[in-house]
Design a protein. Structure first.
Length: 162
């Protein structure tokens, strides 16, 4: 069974997404969605770095709430910064964040979180995965940004994946 469905959660998610996109529950849509749900994970299995092993699933909900709240606050802060300051006066900079997390899946989630949060963008990951380089729109205190990333995102991701 594992050979046919290497990632059952992904297969189910693809089926549901297909049905939502087609807005149809006809037999043809369900069959085509099921075929896509089976074939897509099979064809992309070699692209996934390692199997995902979630150690503490309860932390996921807490992290999700945190990311949504941070994203909303960041949206407001970015809007205020852009409207209140001239582009030359915005103190943007690259910030190097040393990393303790090594799991490739946790790093992928961290990349999504940082990139989805307005005002920050993932710029580079060190070859040995020891640090990441972020571009931050407003940098008042680099140490506070590093501490915030490590405490708010890296630590929970380590609890979830490592």
């Amino acid at each position: 069974m594992r050979r046919l469905l290497p990632s059952p959660v992904l297969s189910l998610a693809l089926l549901v997404l297909w049905l939502l996109l087609t807005q149809s529950l006809t037999a043809g849509s369900v069959v085509l969605g099921a075929i896509l749900g089976v074939l897509a994970p099979l064809l992309t299995a070699s692209l996934r770095p390692t199997p995902v092993r979630i150690r503490r699933p309860g932390v996921i909900a807490r992290l999700l709430v945190r990311v949504i709240g941070d994203s909303l606050r960041s949206n407001v802060a970015v809007i205020r910064t852009i409207l209140a300051q001239s582009p030359a006066a915005i103190p943007s900079a690259f910030v190097r964040v040393p990393l303790d997390v090594r799991d490739p899946n946790a790093l992928a989630v961290l990349a999504m979180i940082v990139t989805a949060t307005p005002g920050t963008a993932w710029a580079e990951l060190a070859y040995d995965r020891s640090a990441l380089l972020l571009h931050v729109l407003t940098v008042d205190d680099e140490a506070a940004i590093v501490a915030s990333i490590k405490d708010r995102y890296e630590r929970p991701l380590m609890e979830i994946f490592e």
